[in-house]
Write a protein that binds this ligand. Sequence first.
Ligand code: NI
Length: 259
Amino acid sequence: MNLTDSHAHLTDGRFREDYAQVLERARAAGVTTIINVGYDLASSAAACELAAKTEGLYAAVGIHPHEASCYTEETARRLRELATHPKVVALGEIGLDYYYNHSPRHVQQDVFRKQLRLARELCLPVIIHDRDAHGDIYRILCAEKAQEIGGVMHCFSGDTNFAVNCLQLGFYLSLAGPVTFKNAGELPAVARMVPPERLLIETDAPYLAPVPYRGKRNEPAFVRLVAEKIAALRGMEPGEVAELTSRNARAVFSLDKTV
Ligand code: NI
C-alpha cells in the first residue's frame, strides 16, 4: 500500500517517548508520506527539523487559531523565514475555531487573513482548520482570494453543501477518523460525493483516532483505517483509495518539486 497521511502532529509531546517506533509502524502499515503540521512557532520549527532528517516526511508551518492572540509582526517574520525551508510544503494549520474560542473571534479572523496573505506572498497552499466556523471560513477564503493558492480543508467537518462550496473554491477535502465514527453525521455522504481528484485522508494524530482506537492516541499508521472506511463507502479497494489520495497529496503540496 502507498498511503499518505496528509495531516499529523508528530511534534506533540505524546510522541516524545516512542517517535521512532511510531514512524516504523507507519512504514509497516504502508504509509510512505506524512505531512507534519505545525500549530505555533515552536512546533513549526520542530516540524522542519524532523522533515529534514526523514524521507517522506514534509512540514507545514503556521499559527493555529488557538494561538492567534500571540501573533505579532515578529511571528510573521519567523514564519516567512521557516517557510523557506526546502521541506515546507504548505502554510498551516490556520483558520478559525469557534468551539473553543481560545483566542477572541475577531483576533482569529485577523490572524487568519494575515496568514492567507502570507501564503499568497510565498506561493504556498494552505491547510485550513475549521471548527464550527464554516460561514466565516468560506467568507474569508473568498475575500482573500484563497482560490489562487488552493489548499486543504483539514479534517473536513461540514455537510455536503459546504463541501460543494469548498470544492468550487478549488480546495481539497481531507477526511479523518470521524468518518469511521458511529455518529459520523454527513461525513459518509461527503466521502461518497468528493470527486476522486480532490480527496485526501489524514489522521490529525495524536487526536481523533479512528474506530476501533477511538479515544486512544492516534498515529499515522491508523490512516489505513480511514482509507478502508472510505473504500467501503465508495465501493473501491483500499489500495485504490491509498493511491489516489497519495497522488492528490503530491499534487496539492507539489511534493514532486520538493526534495
Ligand atoms: Ni491538526
